[in-house]
Design a protein around this ligand. Structure first.
Ligand code: 13P
Ligand code: SF4
Length: 301
């Protein structure tokens, strides 16, 4: 009898599909994926791949971004309820009201947002390119940054550029406590701390490096350091340990888990290919507007 992994591989070939997974996906899903990466890498990959069917193992806004960039492709999200609470912290009406308060402001939107919000924006960004995107806006322009308050404030601090920042946040990164990091630092004095910019200020202050998940993978590989304290969602540990068997990675807390990222498992990936579900689409009018802000980001980064 075939294993579930073999059934997935067979069906994937039959459907001409490819499986891509975010770095926070469960280990078993990352293990069968053709490509794993951070939000920017996945948006690029989704657009470049020749495959007509993409099984997107991540959360809804990521699959939606792939659907916006490749409307002719079939983008499947194995769990239709895998959403992102931060993306839900702003509505298009709220953003329109904020824009009306600041006419002429440039709207920069973190990709962790709905297609409707991206459609109201001038530029998108991810945690790996936010600094570059904000810096590209002429100094005399106001900037509205949505929805992540922590990423927004981090960029504002680094660039010394005052922005109008929305107050959304990631509940998973907000569960990481400073005492968790301090404890790990005491236990592993030679380790460096890599934290995600979605973390609150008290955590960012304890970090040696603030990085997207893809950048953490790169730094872990290239750095002469042998030990790392990792302040982000725990799923990343699988990839870090796999790619760097000679190095040590310590998670700061087993509360740093994104329940939405963990909704996908091998059974759901198989069912997704069997039933060609759940197809993620974006209405053409919204997709056309949203595409402009995503492509503007891709050109700049
Ligand atoms: P990156 O993988 O782009 O760092 O994003 C992290 C995240 O929270 C995605 O939901
Ligand atoms: Fe959203 Fe945070 Fe989960 Fe990323 S980790 S999908 S930002 S809730």
């Amino acid at each position: 009898m075939k294993s579930i992994e073999e059934k997935i591989q067979d069906l994937k070939r039959e459907r001409g599909a490819i499986i891509i997974a975010h770095n926070y996906q469960p280990d078993e899903v990352q293990a069968i994926a053709d490509f794993t990466g951070d939000s920017l890498e996945l948006s690029r990959k989704g657009a470049e791949l020749p495959h007509q069917v993409i099984v997107f193992c991540g959360v809804h806004f990521m699959a939606e971004t792939a659907a916006i960039l490749s409307p002719e492709k079939t983008i499947l999200l194995p769990d239709q309820f895998a959403g992102c609470p931060m993306a839900d912290m702003i509505t298009a009406d709220q953003l329109r009201a904020k824009k009306a308060e600041h006419p002429g402001a440039v709207v920069i939107t973190y990709v962790n947002s709905s297609a409707a919000i991206k459609a109201e924006s001038d530029l998108c960004c991810t945690s790996s390119n936010a600094m570059k995107i904000v810096a590209s806006v002429p100094a005399d322009k106001e900037i509205i940054f949505v929805p992540d308050t922590h990423l927004g404030h981090y960029v504002q601090e680094q660039l010394g550029r005052k922005m109008i920042i929305w107050d959304g946040y990631c509940p998973t990164h907000s569960r990481i406590r400073d005492v968790d990091i301090l404890r790990e630092k005491e236990d592993h004095p030679n380790a460096i701390v890599m934290a995600h910019p979605e973390c609150p200020l008290n955590i960012r202050e304890l970090a040696d490096e603030l990085l997207s998940t893809g950048q953490m993978c790169k730094v872990a590989k290239e750095s002469p350091h042998k030990e790392f304290i990792v302040a982000t969602e725990m799923g990343l540990l699988y990839r870090l340990r796999n790619e760097n068997p000679d190095k040590k990675f310590y998670s700061v807390s087993d509360r740093a888990v994104c329940p939405n990222m963990k909704k996908i498992d091998l059974e759901k990936v198989l069912w997704s290919l069997e039933d060609m579900q759940y197809r993620v689409t974006v209405p053409e009018e919204i997709a056309n507007k949203a595409r402009r802000s995503i492509e503007a980001m891709l050109e700049l980064s």
